[in-house]
Design a protein around this ligand. Structure first.
Ligand SMILES: Cc1cc2nc3c(=O)[nH]c(=O)nc-3n(C[C@H](O)[C@H](O)[C@H](O)COP(=O)(O)O)c2cc1C
Length: 243
């Protein structure tokens, strides 16, 4: 095992190579408050876009497009749409939760130097695509895989990403001039950061805890816990907490 890591004949990543993949996964955070205004070098941006473009997709449909949004007027319009949707959202929470909800910063549209909208072209490669016959929504899932690839690659580059979903699709559709067959999937804010919080902000704020994994892993049928069916795995899962 070399210091830099290598790939074994079996295909397994060794050493630092493997560690790097897990590190990106565990150290990734959703970023809203920690953005710096420093520009993102083009080479870095191109690398993370390529990483996104190498996501898996149903029938190799590659249904995504990436709209890079720098212009202030456009971001102002998106921000205004967020404020409208967030005002509606605030009223959906119970009174006890509402004040805490209002204390959260849930977007970095104007603070980040770049926004990226990842969209879904529902007609790419025609009406019949391998794997998208029984479940037409698979193209959406493919786009989400691209989002995650971008998010992880960005983390490895030291870039924070925040997903802004408190916004109506129709607003994004109009502001970004999307054609009818193209719909927004993820509106992302991206940039360098002061720091990456160690835990999800909602967890740190006591809003929702991370659920214990052993309660979410079932054997053979929904609801059938591994504890009795597969005790060795259950033991590994519970002893291996975070990371
Ligand atoms: C589909 C999706 C939509 C999200 N929308 C928002 C959002 O509108 N505003 C926000 O602050 N965070 C948003 N998040 C971030 C989540 O709150 C965050 O992923 C979660 O709290 C876990 O934190 P972590 O990403 O730092 O691990 C979204 C995440 C996902 C996957």
């Amino acid at each position: 095992m070399t210091d830099k890591g290598s790939i074994a004949a079996t295909g397994e990543f060794k050493g630092r190579l493997k560690e790097g993949v897990y590190r990106a996964i565990y150290a990734r955070r959703d970023i809203r408050s920690q953005f710096l205004s420093d520009p993102i070098p083009e080479q870095v941006l191109a690398r993370i876009l390529h990483a996104a473009h190498h996501a898996p997709s149903v029938g190799f449909m590659q249904p995504w497009d990436f709209i890079l949004i720098r212009r202030h007027e456009i971001r102002e319009a998106v921000h205004a749409a967020f404020l409208r949707a967030n005002a509606e959202a605030t009223m959906m929470f119970s009174e006890e939760k509402r004040e805490q909800y209002k204390s959260f910063k849930l977007e970095g549209v104007l603070d980040s130097p770049l926004n990226i909208c990842i969209t879904r072209d529902q007609e790419r490669f025609g009406p019949v695509v391998i794997g998208r016959t029984a479940n037409r929504i698979m193209d959406l899932y493919s786009c989400v895989c691209a989002v995650q690839n971008l998010w992880l690659a960005a983390r490895a580059e030291g870039l924070g990403v925040g997903w802004v979903s408190i916004i109506h699709d129709r607003d994004v559709q109009e502001i970004l001039h999307l054609p009818r067959h193209v719909v927004p999937v993820a509106y992302l804010c991206i940039g360098y950061v002061t720091h990456f919080p160690e835990k999800p902000e909602l967890e740190a704020a006591g809003w929702i805890p991370r659920l214990p994994l052993d309660k979410l892993v079932f054997c053979d049928q929904w609801g059938k816990e591994c504890k009795t069916e597969w005790p060795a795995l259950h033991q590994e899962i519970i002893t291996r907490k975070d990371k």
